[in-house]
Write a protein that binds this ligand. Structure first.
Ligand SMILES: Nc1ncnc2c1ncn2[C@@H]1O[C@H](COP(=O)(O)OP(=O)(O)O)[C@@H](O)[C@H]1O
Ligand SMILES: [Mg+2]
Length: 285
């Protein structure tokens, strides 16, 4: 079987990412081939340090994400949240420490490309969709870049694939708008479309960096609904500043507070909000 990604497609590193597309129309399945999650963890960071000319953007960071978990990570500007995602995706090499995807994949030894193809999908802060293409075409392109979908000369969607695109369109609140040009969407809609494109790749772990930044209140509320619908179907790490939003999606799950490159506190939203140190460095202002 060919491992070749369709060379006719534009270079778009953060959607060209992942494998597993053989499961019919369901967009969500937590367990996947390739990544060994037999011990229950999808991501495991231990003592990760990232130094930039002596300044420790990440300082002995420990983080464990379970399969199917929706983990929220909060923390003031400069806490190291984006740098942490850079380490997980291979964009930045840690100065020291261990980072594993499942039991066996050492992220510190993999290229960005290999990590993406192993099933870690990342959404950056700014939306990056193909503006000249329709919503539908964007999802179709994302599907074509999925390595498990066999490349053919004249790519024609099967009913199953069409069904999957329809499911994602509903999930990202863009059904009925599939023929609009992506460039004409609102900022929030572009963010949803990009989340949909990532989901087309069926990532084993989804990283979202400030997904609601710049969104209207209504869009933010709908994004919380969207993430709540994904709960349990994917392993997701969400970095966000918007506390109302985090409260909506954290529910009873674990919230991690980062500060100066390490974990300051961890627990339910209620617990971290009541934590004196958290109030001091972050919530209290
Ligand atoms: N490439 C880099 N070179 C030097 N310093 C950096 C670099 N990337 C990030 N930093 C610094 O590391 C710290 C953490 O940044 P970042 O991870 O972007 O924080 P956050 O996403 O939590 O706001 C900040 O002080 C930032 O200025
Ligand atoms: Mg950031």
């Amino acid at each position: 079987m060919s491992e070749v990604v369709d060379p006719a497609q534009p270079v778009h590193p953060h959607i060209d990412n992942s494998l597993h597309a053989e499961h019919g129309t369901s967009y969500g399945h937590v367990k996947g081939e390739g990544v060994d999650t037999s011990h229950g963890a999808i991501l495991y960071l231990e003592d990760i340090t990232v130094s930039f000319d002596g300044f420790k953007a990440i300082n002995k960071l420990n983080l464990d994400i379970s399969v199917g978990e929706l983990r929220c990570i909060i923390g003031p500007n400069g806490a190291g949240k984006t740098t942490m995602m850079d380490v997980i995706t291979g964009k930045t090499r840690p100065t020291s420490g261990t980072a594993f995807f499942g039991q066996t994949m050492d992220l510190t030894r993999m290229t960005e490309y290999d990590i993406a193809h192993a099933g870690i999908g990342r959404k950056f802060q700014r939306p990056t969709v193909f503006e000249q293409h329709t919503v539908f075409e964007n999802l179709e392109l994302a599907m074509k870049m999925n390595k498990k979908v066999r490349p053919t000369l004249f790519f024609k969607l099967t009913l199953e694939q069409k069904g999957k695109i329809d499911d994602i369109l509903k999930l990202i609140r863009l059904n009925g708008q599939e023929h609009r040009l992506a460039g004409l969407l609102s900022h929030g809609q572009k963010q949803w479309l990009e989340i949909g494109m990532l989901l087309m790749q069926e990532p084993q772990l989804l990283l979202l960096d400030e997904p609601v930044a710049g969104m209207s209140d209504a869009e933010t509320a709908r994004t919380a609904e969207l993430l709540n619908e994904l709960r349990g179907k994917h392993s997701i790490v969400v970095v966000e500043h918007d506390m109302a939003f985090v409260t909506e999606i954290a529910q009873d799950g674990v919230v991690t507070v980062l500060h100066e490159g390490s974990v300051l506190a961890q627990g339910t939203m209620q617990q971290v909000q009541a934590d004196e140190r958290v109030i001091e460095v972050y919530l209290g202002r």
